[in-house]
Each structure stands twice: as structure tokens, then as C-alpha cells.
Write a protein that binds this ligand. Structure first.
Ligand SMILES: [Zn+2]
Length: 387
């Protein structure tokens, strides 16, 4: 084996060992050797390297199968921190997490729909706030991930955000300059799918779609457990598939787009008032007061969501559909209407074993997803370093 090959093998072994420690900690060197098939001296030397990097640590002593009790190893999830940002049409959510996705700080703010300067100012303010509250650690802030509702290409350029001109902000450049850490940009629904896969409780997401419904609708598609991005990174723009060929013109250029019917705004805008109250809160208040019209609106919402999902199910045959929408999360009866709509338009045989679930992470699914992207990148970089 030449030197380059040897160095690659070392990197791969180290990454494999770290993965075992992250998933199975506390774990002994002997157990790692057994689980990975790597010999004990390889495990021992790579573990020393990981200990030197402060990314793992030794704790007490584990169960012994006779003889000396082994020292156990744990992932040092507090070795560094990440920031995940979700810039929505009318909100910004910022979370600071450790390297295991545990949330240390969560701040958010409602925003004006169009004003992009306010968006930039609020973004910087909230990220600064999270950094101020970051505990001391060996690696500090290892990166910032940001997601936006719109087209993000494979090079992390924001191409177009139909419901708010976030694409006018040179976000990656702006944040790199200001915070001097790696910046990652992702589509909001893709980030949500990653968040649910890594931190949600929807189980083993092999063939799943994450459906994010806010001002618009976006999809994060997992195929064989991996995010499907398409050629340029634009896959999952299902909110802009036509469900009415003669429907109204959409900002995306198409007509009768799904999100013109099934978004919060389209169904519940008659309930928007001048009062300073977010729409989901207003909807809940009306439902609590027994407003008949709002229950009819729930039916309409569920019906239109179901119509689009039928198309997606026929296209992708997912095992699990995860719905992310604040109104559905607060009023799960909408799920019954969605299910009814789906079963009325699909063959029974095609419906066996599909799961329609409400997002377990809720509003923070996407910000956690971009945090995970940062963590994955940081750990990969760390494994690539020579020692
Ligand atoms: Zn459209």
C-alpha cells in the first residue's frame, strides 16, 4: 500500500471508530474492535488520536467479562457548538446546539413579510445573541447552517425565494465575513427532512417525504435514507406542481400550483385581521370559541393537502410522510381529513403500511437539520486532519 492509501485507510478507520463511539457510547476499546472488525492496536492508536483531539473522553469503568475492568469511551458532544438558522417568510429561528444536536439556546423573532433589510439585521442580532450564550469549549463555534424556503443550488447559492426576496441577500458571503466560520446554505424542507431523520422520532426514514407547509409548500425527499436533491439541487419543489391546469398564475411562472390552494395563507387568509396576532394563534382562538367557519377551513386545508400528497405518493411511494405545519400540529383532526382524501383517491393495495405523521420536532425541525449539516462537515474535517 502506498502512503496515500495508508493515510486514507487511517482516516476511514478513525471515522468508523468515532461513529461507533457516537452511536454506542459508553463503549470500550475491545467492544469497538469486536464491532468494527479492526484489530486492537489499530483501535487503540486511533482512539489515542481522537482523545488528543478532545472529541472523545474516557469515563469510569465498564462491565468486565473477567479480569481488569475496561475504560469506557464517550463522544465529547460539548467539544464544539453549531448554529442552525431557519429564515422563514415571516420569522427567523436560531438554535445553538452541541455536537449531538442538543439545543443550548433557542431564540426566534416574528418578521415583516417583505422587508429584507430587517431580515438581515434580525438575523445578525439573533446569531450574535446565541454566540454570546455559547459555553466555552475546545473548538468553539464550528459553523453556521442556514435554510431558506426556495431554490438553493448544489453550490449553496440561493437562486429564488418566491415568497420573500431572501435571494437578494448574499447570505453565505455576509455570514462568512461577519462570523468567520464555515457557512452552509440549504433549502428549508431538505433541512427539515435531515432534522427529522437525525433527531426526530419517526423511526427509520428510508423512503420518506418531509412536507413543510408555511406560506408555501416544500418537500424534502429521502430515498434509501439519503436526501434526493436532483441534478441542480432543486428537487422537492412540489408546492409548485399544478393541481389545477387553469388555476391562477403563481409567482413561480406556473399556474394552479399546489401551494396556492394548500398553504396556510390561501386557506386561512380570510381570518387574518389587523390585530397583531400570528395566524396559527388566531386560528386556535377561533377554534376554541367554536367558530363553525374555522372547522370548515380545517376540512378545506386537509382536503387540499391530501390532493397534493396523493400525487406525491403515486410518484414516490414513500413509507412515511412527515407533515410540518403549526396549524396541523395544534389541530390534529386535520390529519383525519388528509387521510380520508388520500384513501378516497388511491387503491387500497397501494396504501398498505404507509405512515402519515406530524413532525415530532415541529418548528425547529429545519434549524436542527442545518445544525446537523454543520456537525457532519466538522467531524469529517476533523477526521481528515493528519496527526
Ligand atoms: Zn408556483
Amino acid at each position: 500500500m502506498n502512503t496515500a492509501d495508508q493515510s486514507l485507510v487511517k482516516k476511514l478507520n478513525k471515522a468508523l471508530i468515532l461513529k461507533q463511539i457516537i452511536s454506542n457510547a459508553p463503549i470500550s476499546r475491545a467492544a469497538i474492535s469486536e464491532m468494527t472488525g479492526l484489530n486492537k492496536s489499530t483501535v487503540s492508536s486511533q482512539v489515542s488520536s481522537l482523545l488528543e483531539k478532545d472529541i472523545i473522553f474516557e469515563i469510569g469503568q465498564g462491565q468486565s467479562s473477567g479480569g481488569r475492568r475496561p475504560v469506557m469511551l464517550k463522544f465529547n458532544q460539548k467539544a464544539g457548538y453549531t448554529i442552525g438558522v431557519d429564515i422563514g417568510t415571516n420569522y427567523i429561528i436560531v438554535v445553538l446546539t452541541d455536537l449531538d444536536g442538543e439545543i443550548i439556546v433557542h431564540v426566534e423573532e416574528e418578521l415583516d413579510e417583505e422587508d429584507i433589510q430587517v431580515t438581515e439585521h434580525t438575523l445578525i442580532k439573533l446569531v450574535d445573541l446565541a454566540i454570546q450564550k455559547m459555553p466555552h469549549s475546545p473548538y468553539g463555534l464550528v459553523g453556521i447552517g442556514v435554510c431558506v424556503p426556495g431554490l438553493v443550488d448544489n453550490m449553496q447559492n440561493i437562486i429564488f425565494t418566491p415568497n420573500k426576496p431572501i435571494h437578494h441577500l448574499k447570505l453565505k458571503h455576509l455570514l462568512e465575513k461577519k462570523f468567520n466560520v464555515p457557512i452552509f446554505i440549504e433549502n428549508e424542507a431538505n433541512a427539515g427532512a435531515i432534522g427529522e431523520k437525525e433527531y426526530g422520532d419517526a423511526g427509520n426514514l428510508e423512503h420518506a417525504i418531509f412536507v413543510s407547509i408555511n406560506t408555501g409548500i416544500g418537500l424534502g425527499i429521502l430515498i434509501n435514507g439519503k436526501l434526493y436533491r436532483g441534478k441542480l439541487g432543486f428537487a422537492g419543489e412540489a408546492g409548485h406542481m399544478s393541481i389545477d391546469l387553469n388555476g391562477p398564475r403563481c409567482r413561480c411562472g406556473n399556474k394552479g400550483c399546489w401551494e396556492l390552494y394548500a398553504s396556510e395563507k390561501s386557506v386561512f387568509s380570510p381570518y387574518l385581521t389587523e390585530e397583531d396576532m400570528p395566524l396559527p394563534q388566531k386560528v386556535t382562538e377561533l377554534a376554541q370559541n367554536g367558530d363553525k367557519n374555522i372547522f370548515e377551513a380545517f376540512e378545506t386545508f386537509g382536503f387540499y393537502i391530501g390532493i397534493g400528497l396523493v400525487n406525491m405518493m403515486k410518484t414516490l411511494n414513500p413509507d412515511t410522510i412527515i407533515l410540518r405545519n403549526t396549524i396541523v400540529e395544534s389541530h390534529p383532526l386535520i390529519v383525519d381529513t388528509i387521510k380520508k382524501t388520500i384513501s378516497s383517491r388511491m387503491k387500497k393495495e397501494a396504501l398498505t403500511d404507509y405512515h402519515l405523521k406530524i413532525s415530532s420536532l415541529g418548528r425547529i425541525a429545519s434549524s436542527l437539520g442545518v445544525s446537523y449539516i454543520v456537525i457532519e462537515h466538522f467531524l469529517k474535517q476533523l477526521m481528515d486532519e493528519q496527526f
